[in-house]
Design a protein around this ligand. Structure first.
Ligand code: KE4
Length: 427
């Protein structure tokens, strides 16, 4: 048996940091990642046979848990007929129709291979449709690694952005403005300072990439009003919130109709899928109908379509949402009760099957608030939890998830183990 440590050393010889996505390297929590052998339901097993209750769930896609028989069978059956054609298939049409059932605002939509491709494409379409260049995003919101999103706030709220990654041209970063999440006044100020120049506002309507941060009651309605008045498009990046905070995502839960929506994760059932879509007159700008170019060799891949169809069919037929919401709320309640019992300031919440807890007194309304949390305590809690067979996201600034396989017993068991982990983390 090759240990995770040996795999990690071998991986680092051939891949930057030994991982294919940075967060997997555990740099935010220290230590080295375990390597996965297999998974089923709510559990993962590493190459050394250790078992973990999994709350990362591939960062969101696996709402039905790992290796769901219906999803596996759908992929197996599709693979036996061929793995990719570069030609249209019925499955792409069926999945697009399914997605539109859940997200009626996506009158026309296009499949791509990742959330990053979805958000990059949505911004390109928005710039084409409005004939404007500026983009407004929010601090702490992550929209994939497209150049326009790897931007940090300029000195003042209305100041143009600066790159927050080498390799991103300053000239491009200056086209992205940033504001604090939940700060309507800052958005108004930006729209005044840059009237007529903002193509779109893009946001995670419920933040999952700065830890879990809910929108203030007025925030989303005000964004909708300001963008309409300002002639800018409102893009809901629901790659994470889609099918999580409600079947139809944040736009269903909060009753806001964005102009464009991006999706990923759940719609692929664990295979690589992203999607972007919205109002027909906007999406008809996309090639080959319109002049906005976007393409992809494996877009609409038959295996990914099969997995997505199987997963969405079960979400529609079984409607697991009430149970998912109840259990997720119970998990957060238990984790907060643990902290209270041990005298640790903690603040958290959940919507649907997406949740988060900060070791901070709270409230946490934006990324600046989130950064006040006790990251050192989280690091120790994370490893104590791993030692007790519970895999939480390896960063204090990520959301957690639940699957239909996390039943009441698993939740109560997790709460117990987490109490011991926190006690041990306090030393
Ligand atoms: P991908 O390109 O990773 O499929 O999607 C990018 C993306 C876009 N929008 C939102 C709201 C997202 O959460 C993501 C990706 N989420 C991260 C989790 N924090 C993926 C994990 C990773 O980077 O490995």
């Amino acid at each position: 048996m090759t240990s995770s440590a040996a795999w990690f050393r071998r991986a680092a010889e051939v891949t930057p940091g030994g991982v294919n996505s940075p967060v997997r390297a555990f740099r935010a929590v220290g230590g080295e990642p375990f390597f996965v052998e297999r998974a089923r339901g709510c559990r993962l097993w590493d190459v050394e046979g250790r078992e973990y209750i999994d709350y990362v769930l591939s960062w969101g896609p696996l709402i039905l848990g790992h290796a769901h028989p219906a999803v596996v069978e759908a992929v197996r059956e599709a693979a036996a007929r061929g793995t990719s054609y570069g030609a249209p298939t019925p499955a792409e049409v069926e999945l697009a129709e399914q997605v539109r059932e859940f997200f009626p605002s996506m009158e026309l939509l296009r499949f791509v291979n990742s959330g990053t491709e979805a958000t990059m494409s949505a911004v390109r379409v928005a710039r084409a449709h409005t004939g404007r260049d500026l983009l407004l995003k929010f601090e702490g919101c992550y929209h994939g690694h497209g150049d326009s999103f790897l931007v940090r706030a300029g000195s003042g709220v209305a100041t143009l952005g600066l790159p927050n990654s080498p390799g991103v041209p300053a000239a491009l970063s200056r086209l992205t403005l940033t504001a604090p999440f939940n700060d309507v006044e800052a958005v108004r100020e930006i729209f005044c300072a840059h009237a007529g120049r903002i193509a779109a506002v893009i946001l995670e309507p419920v933040v999952g990439n700065a830890g879990f941060i809910e929108p203030a009651e007025v925030f989303l309605p005000e964004l909708r009003r300001i963008t309409e008045e300002g002639g800018a498009l409102l893009i809901f990046d629901e790659v994470m919130t889609g099918f999580r905070v409600a079947p139809g995502g944040a736009q269903e839960r909060f009753g806001i109709r964005p102009d464009l929506t991006t999706l990923g994760k759940v719609i692929g059932g664990g295979l690589p899928v992203g999607a972007y879509g919205g109002r027909r007159e906007i999406m008809e700008q996309v090639a080959p109908v319109g002049p906005v170019y976007q393409a992809g060799t494996l877009s609409g891949n038959p295996l990914a379509m099969a997995a997505g169809l199987a997963q969405l069919r079960m979400l529609r037929e079984d409607n697991p949402y009430p149970a998912l919401e109840r259990r997720t709320r119970r998990l957060v309640e238990g984790l907060l009760a643990n902290a209270a019992e041990l005298g640790v300031p903690a603040y958290g919440g959940s919507l649907g099957s997406m949740w988060g807890v900060f070791f901070a007194p709270g409230p946490v309304r934006c990324f600046a608030d989130a950064r006040e949390c006790d990251v050192e305590l989280f690091r120790r809690f994370f490893h104590q939890s791993l030692d007790r067979g519970v895999f939480f996201a390896p960063s204090a600034f990520e959301a957690g998830f639940l699957s239909t396989e996390h039943d009441d017993d698993v939740i109560e068991d997790t709460i117990q183990r987490a109490r011991e982990s926190l006690r041990a983390a306090l030393g």
